[in-house]
Design a protein. Structure first.
Length: 242
């Protein structure tokens, strides 16, 4: 199985072109679009989001992982990394750092293979998709084995908004099991307490809860936390214990 985790969006040709390459080169693979609206051009926020999603992905799966604001440069090397039995393919720009931080086993390769034609702006289609197909087809890994280093040293939890869904719910990079239910969040003048779920609070009230991916999420029952609190990706969250 090949999972797609990108900031490409569903509009336009990008996801379709990647799926076309995968169908041509690994026709027996199941391709699942895990996420197409990861935080745009933001590998750091995306790294925390990716880490929260992998638990439902089976061992042995391949995750095409591309959030790449530096595409076309030599800054972030193309990487294939096997983390606790799952493959991740994409740029070494921090996107894999949080998954790797919690890992028991990490094996990494710097991709040295290049296609005959490599566009300067769409390495996902031209480079990373074919490499995913090679892994799916059990071909030799097209690169050199390297030692994995956590270059960014990001914390295990990120006290920022990392994703906003179409309901206006605001996901954070804080693992819910790292704080107690009595923890209070503070954003500007807004003080936010925990509730189990939406139906536990009155309509229009803001609260935080543990979402289905295990992260702290800020929501308004039957409303939009994004609009009511004027939140955006990157907004800092202060939290303290009662």
């Amino acid at each position: 199985m090949i999972f797609l985790f990108t900031d490409y969006g569903l509009e336009g040709p990008y996801i379709g072109q990647v799926e076309t390459v995968l169908h041509q080169q690994a026709p027996n693979a199941s391709v699942i679009n895990l996420m197409a609206d990861a935080p745009r051009n933001n590998p750091k926020a995306s790294a925390y989001l990716l880490a929260s999603l992998i638990h439902q992905i089976p061992i042995g799966a391949i995750i095409f992982s591309v959030v790449d604001p530096g595409v076309g440069s030599d800054k972030d090397k193309p990487t294939a990394i096997k983390i606790d039995g799952r493959w991740f393919v994409g740029p070494d720009n921090g996107l894999f750092d949080i998954v790797a931080k919690h890992a028991k086993e990490i094996l990494a390769w710097q991709i040295t293979w290049h296609p005959e034609t490599l566009s300067s702006s769409f390495h996902g289609r031209d480079l990373y998709a074919p490499v995913c197909a090679m892994l799916e087809n059990k071909e030799q890994i097209p690169g050199d084995r390297v030692g994995w280093t956590d270059k960014n040293q990001w914390q295990a939890d990120l006290n920022e908004v990392i994703y906003i869904d179409h309901f206006g719910n605001c996901m954070t990079g804080i693992r819910a099991d790292s704080i107690s239910k009595e923890t209070i969040l503070k954003i500007d003048d807004h003080v936010i307490a925990n509730a189990g779920t939406f139906s536990d609070v009155k309509a229009g009230l803001v609260f935080w809860y543990e979402n289905s991916n295990g992260l702290v999420e800020i929501a308004v029952n039957q409303g939009s936390a994004c609009d009511d609190l004027k939140l955006k990706i990157g907004v800092e969250i202060i939290y303290y214990f009662m």
